[in-house]
Design a binder for this molecule. Sequence first.
Ligand SMILES: *Cc1c(COP(=O)(O)O)cnc(C)c1O
Length: 361
Amino acid sequence: MSNNPLLPANINALAAYSSAKSEKLTGTTWLNANESPYVKSIDISINDLNRYPDPQPMNVINRYADYAGLTAEQVLMTRGADEGIELLVRTYCQPEQDSVTLFLPTYGMYKVTADTHNVAINGLSQALLVDGTVDQIVNAVGNSKLVFICNPNNPTGSLTPLEKIKAIATALEDKALVVVDEAYIEFCPEHSASKLINEFANVVVLRTLSKAFALAGLRTGFTLAQASVLAPIRKVIAPYPVSTVVASIAANALSPDAITSMRRQVSILNALRAKLKQWLEASPAVLQVLSGEGNFVTLKLADKNSFNIALEQGLVMRAFTLYGENDWLRISIGSEQELEQVKIWLDGLSQSATFKEQEVS
Ligand SMILES: *Cc1c(COP(=O)(O)O)cnc(C)c1O
């Protein structure tokens, strides 16, 4: 890495963030970014683009507050959940002094954000979060300012029970914010921590319209917390973070009809995930399938080259290094037709595996 003398050391040390979309892959079936297969086409007419937008568009905020069972002052609209992560770090962490706790493997943006803001990472394991006692977890958190709990966790799909989140928040009262990233909560809404917000001043929930709401291109998320937690963030956020165009589309996406249709899509996607899991568990090309929630399934391949075979077929999934092993794969739940491409790939792999066995014997 070449050192640029103009850059602070933490920026010099950054590796380029590799998001699902930044990897220059070619393909025809895209199951690598946990996007929804449902396409909305939108016609809008706006006649006041000469004016600056409402910093926090009231109709969107009110609708999201209704949807989440909270009040308007407990909702902050952001450019994706990613901006919520960034605002929390910028607002609550003192660079070169504070740390954030992550349970690895987890969503990559927590580390990227901490690194860019010169905030240290207290890296713990998902296994500790899932299997550890609350005492063990809280001890390991130490004096971290922010504790990111991705629930369900991307990419493992594991869930932290609400009771455990509650106990962790209780133990960390006045010490740390427990940030529950609920990017995938629509796929298992009964597990949401949003109902803890009125009771706990240190619980923050991150939400997005990018996954179940099928609007990844819109860049809209929400940070949910008590008004006193959001007040300092409102001083840090850019003055006009949400464009008039985005606000108009987001308001439509949160109408009662649109929410009903989102829920219908979620139940279809959940059923497709169950089907995909069965295929994977029955495949000799797959060694392990992580059981979990969300619009994705993560698995360990018997042979890493199977990923390249998929790419040759135009089927793009997300390869991961997990637990130090580079043969993991995350498959997003696409449409029925898209998952059929996964089935064709899997069938091809098991045929060639049988073929190999026959050759050996
Ligand atoms: C996709 C994802 C996000 C990003 O959401 P945006 O609203 O698109 O920024 C945040 N957290 C997790 C865990 C995700 O998987």
